[in-house]
Structure formats: C-alpha cells, structure tokens
Ligand binder design. Structure first.
Ligand code: IPD
Ligand code: CA
Ligand code: CA
Length: 266
C-alpha cells in the first residue's frame, strides 16, 4: 500500500472509532441543522478533527478541503485531501446503519488515493490510481451486468435544493420502469463504493459536494467502471452532478438522462 494511502486508512479508522463509540448511544447526540434537512453533530466535527490531525502530522504541507471546516493549508499545494468525516449523517442520527468516512487525495487536481470506511460492517474500501480498488484488501471490480433492465441502480434524492426536482423525478420515473430496481441508501460515498464492488450496477445524483464523490469516484474507476457528470464529461467534482457505473450501464444511464438536461442542469 502506498504510504499516503496507509495514512488515509489510519485517519479513517481513527474517525471510525469516534463514530462507532457515539453510535452506541445516539440518544445523547446533539444535532444542529445547518439548513433545512442538512444536519451536523459533534460526531461529524470530532471525526473530522481526528482525521485532520493525523493527516497534518504526516503531511503538514498538504491542503485540505473538509466538509465541516472548509479549505485550509496552502492553496497552491500540489496535494489536497478531500474529506467527509461522516457521510450519511441523517442515517447516523436515526441509527440507520448506512454511513461512512470518506477520504480522497487529489494530486494536481487528479484523484490519486481513496478510502471509504463503513464502520457498521467493518468494510474498508481503498484505491490508488493505477493500482486497482480493494475491499478489505481483496480486489474488487464493477459488475458485468450489461442490460439496464437487469441493473440495480443507486441514487440520492434531492433534499437541500429542489430547483431540479422535476428533471430528477422524470429521470427517476423512467429508470423505475427500465431497471430491475432503484435504491436510496443515503450515504453517497458508500453508494459509489457499492458500484465499485458490483453491489450496484450504476448510480446518479444531482447537487453533491466534492467530499461526497472524491474517494468513491476513484474507487469506481479503479474497479473498471466509468464516472462523469450528467453528460458523461469529467466535470462532476465541480458541478456536483454525478453518474457512475459499469461501462455498459453508465452509457445507458447517460442516454436516459440526456433528454432531461437543460442549460442549467448539465
Ligand atoms: C449526504 C449523503 C447523501 C446524499 C447527500 C449528501 P452528508 O452527505 O451522502 O446520501 O444524498 O447529497 O450530502 O450530509 O450526510 O455528509
Ligand atoms: Ca456527505
Ligand atoms: Ca458529512
């Protein structure tokens, strides 16, 4: 394992300890709403500090983009860590066991290492650019399912901004009829990890943040899948609109989505 990935795994496991401990008594959680349907707990913040402390110790010159504390470090740095300390906070608050720690590293803007850690199942997904993707150190690959009608597709419902809700529902309606099933598990990083290991054949969501996607996107590409924005272009980290899947399902998802795109959504 590359030394940078080893450090990322150490940080994810440390955050995982914070999260697992807190999950034992969720009645004690202090929950704040950042805005409607967007929650943060002390656990998100503690987990994030634990991650940043470990990364800073080893790589003091790297830049950081983290959900709760924002951007820090040298903005000209070649390396940037992209961190979601607790992806799936709403699930966590409800004791619904689908949430994860997500840590990605970009080198000169290119994703190079990724960790997604599901503390509830002790599943550690890792990838390094050019080195493949792994689940608990075993190689993983995207599914081979070629037909959309046999595919299980993940998604995330709009919940903060509803400007594109009509386009979303139109795509949802069509995919509901053209696939073998749709799922909304509630932690985007883990949804992407599930595409990487073939549990899902594809995924789409609008309005994500870079920390929801960075690690999971590298997992999918290193597992032989394709990722992109709603037009299949590489702009997803900036636009927040994401499509991923095995190569066959990816292109069929883009075909379904294309007629619903407009100037503002793309
Ligand atoms: C959210 C989850 C959810 C996705 C949202 C994300 P958070 O992250 O990944 O699945 O639909 O778009 O914001 O707020 O729980 O870290
Ligand atoms: Ca998130
Ligand atoms: Ca989060």
């Amino acid at each position: 394992m590359h030394p940078m990935l080893i450090t990322a795994v150490k940080a994810a496991r440390r955050a995982g300890q914070v999260i697992s401990r807190a999950s034992l008594d969720i009645s004690q959680l202090k929950v704040n709403a950042k805005q409607q349907s967007d929650y943060v707990t002390e656990v998100d913040k503690l987990a994030e500090s634990a991650i940043i402390e470990i990364l800073r110790e080893t790589y003091p010159n790297h830049a950081i983009l983290a959900e709760e504390s924002g951007s820090s470090g040298d903005s000209q740095a070649e390396y940037q860590w992209i961190i979601d300390p607790l992806d799936g906070t709403t699930n966590f608050i409800h004791g619904f066991p689908q949430y994860a720690v997500s840590i990605g590293l970009a080198h000169k803007g290119v994703l190079s290492h990724a960790v997604v850690y599901d503390t509830t199942r002790n599943e550690l997904f890792t990838a390094s650019k050019g080195g493949g993707a792994f689940l608990n150190e075993k190689r993983i690959r995207v599914s081979k399912r070629a037909k959309l009608e046999e595919a299980l597709i993940g998604t995330g419902f709009p919940y903060r901004s509803f400007v594109h809700i009509d386009a979303y529902i139109a795509i949802f309606r069509e995919l509901m009829q053209k696939t073998s099933g749709l799922r909304r598990p509630g932690a985007a990083s883990l949804d992407l990890a599930y595409v990487a290991c073939g549990r899902l054949d594809g995924f789409w969501e609008f309005g994500l943040s870079p920390w929801d996607m960075a690690a999971g996107a590298l997992l999918i590409s290193e597992a032989g899948g394709l990722v992109g924005d709603l037009r299949g272009e590489p702009n997803y980290l900036a636009s927040g609109n994401f499509v991923g899947g095995n190569p066959k399902v990816f292109s069929q998802l883009l075909q379904v989505i294309a007629p619903h795109l407009s100037g503002q959504l793309g």
